[in-house]
Design a protein around this ligand. Structure first.
Ligand code: FE2
Length: 376
């Protein structure tokens, strides 16, 4: 096996100069923020949290913030032509613009990153309202994605200064999604190691795993991936690049339709994947399907598990095991007009890996979708 797990101890001397408490929010630039917010509420079980737009004095942009447990999505659209948000949507379609990282000191985080070669997106700034103050700063990552550092220890408001609470009588029940487990980036061929080095050198992340085209290939397509994690493991960013294959890989398809590098999928964790996925399906979320033969050999491959195999088969949930335990996972179809971003639902029962044993079944499922789109 060509998978490499890099022992944490190898990097112990590297002290964590970039402490991060977790993902603060993800901001998506979308063509219709109002309808996107409704989709995430209705289909995924998010609740209305905050709003910024004409009613709050925001003349150029409208943002709806939805929340489920520790996951916050900000959905932003322009209110006029000629904006940078509009240009971003014209080029990329709907997609993730900001991965906001919750830190104790956004000025310090920015200065440390800049000292180590980051490209500035936004110098530290303090915004205040009646609920206190928030300091934010930002740096560029791959493509047009940015990381915004959010320091909110002196803030008691709903979300951020400039937003008002979004009161809504329509608050669907949660589907059990709890937090962002990891977020995957697709980068151009030959650029994976550049971004691995960026996260290591600029952000102090460690490489915890790598996969090459021997792990991740089917008869047609191949990709390579390295997983970067921050010091406390709360932020995990796998980075994919396409490897030459007989046909166009899923990463190639993404890069073509997104017109550049960007976020491929957001993995969100649940404590009960069978109930979460049943619920999501009943609300209209579409998932990739796996041939039922996958389940015929499942117990041979992963051993005994707590879940009823028949339920997993019915829902198409995948299982994989590593040295520390097992995990259950499933992938949605892409969630916007372009075949670019999708979600993963994941439940970890000890396993800290990413489901390598499922890559083949998963990529064949993606290829069936690509075949239908004529992009294989
Ligand atoms: Fe994933």
């Amino acid at each position: 096996m060509s998978t490499t797990t890099v022992a944490q101890n190898d990097h112990k001397e590297a002290q964590d100069f970039m402490p991060i408490n977790g993902t603060d929010y993800l901001e998506l630039y979308v063509s219709n923020s109002k309808q996107a917010a409704h989709y995430y509420k209705t289909a995924f079980g998010f609740k209305s949290l905050a709003y910024k737009g004409l009613e709050t004095g925001s003349r150029d942009f409208e943002s709806y913030v939805v929340e489920q447990d520790k996951i916050r999505l900000v959905l932003t659209s322009p209110l006029k032509s000629g904006t940078d948000v509009g240009r971003h949507i014209d080029k990329h379609g709907d997609g993730v613009k900001v991965t906001a990282l919750w830190v104790d000191d956004a000025t310090y985080a920015y200065e440390e990153a800049m000292k180590r070669g980051a490209k500035s997106y936004m110098e530290p700034k303090t915004e205040k309202d009646d609920d206190g103050e928030v300091v934010t700063s930002g740096i560029y990552s791959y493509g047009e994605v940015v990381h915004i550092f959010v320091e909110r220890k002196n803030y008691n408001g709903t979300f951020l200064p400039g937003y008002k609470k979004w009161e809504s009588e329509y608050q669907p029940t949660s589907t059990g999604l709890k937090f962002v487990d990891h977020m995957v980036g697709n980068v151009e061929e030959g650029r994976m190691n550049f971004w691995v080095d960026f996260y290591a050198n600029v952000m102090g992340f460690k490489q915890i795993m790598s996969f090459d085209d021997k792990d991740i290939s089917t008869d047609y397509t191949a990709l390579m991936s390295k997983v970067m994690s921050n010091g406390n493991g709360r932020i995990k960013f796998p980075i994919n690049e396409p490897a030459p294959g007989m046909k166009k890989s899923q990463v190639d398809e993404y890069l073509e339709f997104y017109e550049g590098e960007g976020v491929q999928h957001i993995a969100v964790a649940t404590d009960d994947i069978v109930n979460t996925v049943s619920d999501l399906k009943s609300r209209g979320v579409e998932f990739l399907t796996i041939p039922t033969t996958y389940y015929d050999v499942l117990t041979d491959r992963v051993g005994e598990i707590d879940e009823d195999i028949e339920s997993l088969r019915k829902l198409g949930i995948l299982v994989d095991r590593d040295d520390e335990g097992y995990l259950l996972q499933i992938f949605t179809k892409t969630v916007q007009a372009r075949p670019t971003m999708f979600f993963e639902i994941i439940q970890r029962k000890g396993a800290t890996s990413f489901g390598k044993g499922n890559f083949k079944a998963l990529f064949e499922a993606i290829e069936r979708e690509q075949e239908l789109r004529g992009t294989l």
